[in-house]
Every structure is written in C-alpha cells, then in structure tokens.
Design a protein around this ligand. Sequence first.
Ligand code: F6P
Length: 549
Amino acid sequence: MSITQLPAWQALVAHQRDMRSVHMRQLFSEDAQRFDCFSLALGDLLFDYSKNRITQETMRLLFELAVQAGLPDAIQAMFSGQRINTTEDRPALHVALRNRSNRPIVVDGADVMPSVNAVLDKMRRFTQAVRNGEWRGYSGKPITDVVNIGIGGSDLGPRMVATALAPYADGRIRVHFVSNVDPSDIATILRHLAPASTLFLVASKTFTTQETMLNANTARRWFLSRVGDEAAISKHFAAISTNRQAVEAFGIDSDNMFVFWDWVGGRYSLWSAIGLPIALYLGMDNFEELLSGAHLVDEHFRTAPLKRNIPAIMGLLGVWYINFWGAQTHAILPYDQHLALFPAYLQQADMESNGKSVTKDGKPVNYATGPIVWGQVGTNGQHAFYQLLHQGTRLVPCDFLVAAQNHNPIGNQHDVLVANFLAQTEALMRGRTAEETRAELEAQGYSGGSLELLTAAQTFEGNKPTNSLLYKKLTPFTLGMLIALYEHKVFVQGAIWGVNSFDQMGVELGKRLAKAILPELSGTTTDREATHDSSTCGLIQQYRAWRDS
Ligand code: F6P
C-alpha cells in the first residue's frame, strides 16, 4: 500500500485545503502562546518552528502520519543495528560511532562498541603524537601540514567541520582538503607545501574511488620525486578506509591505517576515523566533544516522544511542504560565517540519502521525495537570492541558523547580523499587505498611476515558512548537535517515504560511465563512438582537437 492511502495522509490532504486560506499573521495574532507552543529547547539550542503554516491540528495529523508510516519502529530498528540499508544488506550505525554512553549495539551477534572505542584510542594516540611533534617526518622535522585526500563523504564532513570549528584550532597543524579530480585542486595545494613536514591522509571507504586514487597517486609521485626514498612514505602517508587489502596494495603501512566499517555510510562517516583530519587540526578532545553533541541528539531522537522530538518535527514539517504544498526545494541559511560549508554538506547528506524514486520494496513512489537542498550564509544571500524568497512564485521553506555569541565580537556587528536574521524571518512570515504598502507610499507623496504601480510591486504576500535554530555558541558540542539533528531529519523523511536513505545507486552508475568513456578520450576515433548521441560525439571531437592543438 502506498503511504498516500494512509488515513493520516488523506486527512492531511483535506487539512491542507483548509489551511490554504490561513495566513501566519492571523495565527500569530490569534494565539499569544504560539511561540511557546511551537518551540523546543535542547541543551544550548532553541528550535523555533512557530513561523510555519501549521496549527495544533496540522501537527497532530503529521504525528499520526509518522506513526502510521512506522517511524517509531524505524528509529528503534536503526539504533538496534538492524539491517535497514536493505539493498546493501547492512545496518546504518553512525550512531554507534558517537555512542558515548557505550550502550551495547550488536551487529551479527557482537557488540560493535569495543571496535569503535579501539579506533578512537588509536586516533587519540596518533593525533597526540603528530600534534606534539613526537611523530616526525623522514628528515626528523615535525608535521605542520595535513592534506586530506577524499571526496563526497570522505571530504565534505571533515572539511565543513574544520571550517566551522577553526576558532578551536591552536595553529599546531594546518589542514588542507583535496577532492576534485581536476588537477588544479591538488596542484594549488601542493605548491605551498614541503614534503618533509607534510602528512597525507588518503580517505576513502572503498579505496577504489577514481578521483581519490588519482589524487593519492599524484601526491605519492610528488612526494617521491622530491624525497626519492620509498621508505619515507610510512612517515607521510596514512589511510582511512574499510578496505585493508587495497590500502596495502597502495603501499601504505597497515600501522598507519585507520579502519571503519561497512555499516558507516560515506555521508555519515565524519564521526568515524574519517574525522581524523578534524582531530589532527583541533585535537582529539574537541573531536570527542563533537561526538558528545551528536550523542545528546541521538538520545533525544531515540527517546523523546514525537511531539517533543526536534528531528522528527523538522522532518515532518519538510514532508508537509513537499508532499502537501508542492515545495521542491529547502534552503539552509546560516547567519554564521563559520557554517559557510554547511549547506554544501547538507546537500550530500540529504540529496544522496533521499534522492530516491523507489521504495524499499522496489515499488515506484507516487509522491515527491527528497527536496533540492541549497543555501548560502546570511547576510550574503540577502543581497543575492532573497528577492525570490520574498516575492517569487515558488514556495521555499527555509532554515535560519544563528549563534547568540560570536567567536569574533567586533563592535556591534554581531547584533547587526542577528537583527538581519530576525528581520528576514519576520518579513517572510508577515509580508506586507497592499493596504500597508499603499499607506506608506501615500505618506511619501505618491498618488495616481505611480502609487498603484509601486503598491503592486512593493506588496509582499508573506506566509513564507521558516524554522529558526538559535544556539548559544558554535562550539564542537553544538556543531555535533546540529549535524545530528539534520541527519535524523533526513532519516525521518526517508522512513515516511519508505525509501532506503542509505544507498546511492545513482552515483555508482555515474562512476561507472565516466570510467567507460575515459579510453575514448585518448584515441582519435572509438568503436563506441557510433553508440553515442551526436552531442557527446561533437563535444569529444572538439575536446580532442583543442586539447591536442
Ligand atoms: O558519491 C558517491 C560516494 O559513494 C559517496 O557516498 C561517498 O561518500 C563518496 O562516493 C566517496 O566514496 P569513498 O569514501 O569510497 O571514496
């Protein structure tokens, strides 16, 4: 049975019809307690979802939908290590990586926690040795620069966290990230590095990803061409992977290998040894604070009733707009420069997880699934795309994030930042009616045709939904909370839509196709050329001509 046949789904369809004529202005003016009713606190984080097109009835129906779609069971299934990634026949247990309480989590009859803790211990020893200069390069110099070579989940998470938590770095280690197969990426970074004080981390779950392996080989050639001694590699290359054989074949000492497990999805892996660049940059204590923040949210998600469960509510609000109001995108708008990469990180977390069109039983869905996730830091976005949010024809639910304390308090700039955050969320909710606009223009002396023209152009419909996430300060703990909130939000939506949020078959196909086309670029003609469309053939021919000219 499709979820669209569930009684709660049907009731939501009818309820949405009633809500179409309701404006949030009206809801706020009718209920002075609306903020109290539709906001929740967790640790140093406040989640305000009152500026949404919802009533108590909307939320009641959404919670009913969650129950009828089996969300509570799905949550228990994930935390208890069931094989919820059905196509790959594995559990999805990123929650075990940050299970600071050490509650046993059993997979195939064995508790995974001892192995998780053993890797954390190894990471602590290694990061301490590198950071305090005990680990030395081949020539006896301490390591000053760490280069993480990885892509997708083996890059975006550590890169985003390193950017977000830069105020916690003590300057002992600089960290760099290479992901793109475009040689300009690695070339730009290597140009400034000295081999004697550089440590490369080759981060790849599979250790077969084309971009990562090419960049890793380029790094090795760069290193050997300057050092000339294969034996020196063991002091300058470490690997993070699930594939021991491939790591050894690459020539990385198995002592320098940090393992994780097939039950850690790439986009959920920053909590595993994939977080090593974070730990090297910020120290292991800060990395463990990140884990602790995520663990707090995990326990909240696992145990809080749906109506007090922040990730459940975030996910259900998304379902409300996507499936009942036709929203196609979701904007992430951090008013926090340190979260500049958060939208890009969440693109992978959300779009690779829920960009699916068949259910777990292999049936095509007859409803929309994962949204297009996008965004940009405020206030920059205000001067770029907010016009469309305010007055365009599309419905774009937005999440606004802001800290109460800035890491760089300068004058009143942080208050100005927060004033913009508040002004935007309020304006999106309230809008400006034609009467208000006209009155303002008349007061400025407009009349006749120009008054009418400007009234039409300056009227804002409002009623645009936003969530506000206000946190005390962007600490490692708070960042761990934020990431886990979104991971679980994505999980909630995948559970409601009945899709497998933990595979990525579409990306796998792209990887194979690129490999197949590569040999055709080296020759002058190809056997397969006849099978391509004329556009692909035309582009290949022009590429070869310009490349070789
Ligand atoms: O982009 C597809 C993907 O499989 C991601 O899920 C993953 O994070 C990325 O490739 C990198 O994979 P690996 O860590 O195996 O190199």
